[in-house]
Design a protein around this ligand. Structure first.
Ligand code: 9UX
Length: 69
């Protein structure tokens, strides 16, 4: 089912980082909408994508997911 996942993301320091993470997450299968907030270091992802794939996308882009929630 489609649901909203919040991911904590570490390693983003500028607004271009936000764009990179959003682009990468948007490419994950099942993702319908992505919004990354730099100030609170959080990605909000809506869709049916599985958590593993989302975490992998973030780490592939060069950032970290400190906790999987
Ligand atoms: Mo900004 Mo982020 O110059 O990887 S794009 S620090």
């Amino acid at each position: 089912m489609s649901r909203t996942i919040q991911l904590k993301i570490a390693g983003m320091t500028c607004s271009s980082c936000v764009g990179r993470v959003e682009k990468k997450l948007a490419q994950v299968s099942g993702v319908e909408n992505v919004s990354v907030n730099l100030a609170v270091e959080t990605a909000t992802v809506k869709g049916t994508a599985n958590l593993q794939d989302l975490v992998m996308a973030v780490t592939d882009a060069g950032y970290q997911v400190p906790t999987t929630n």
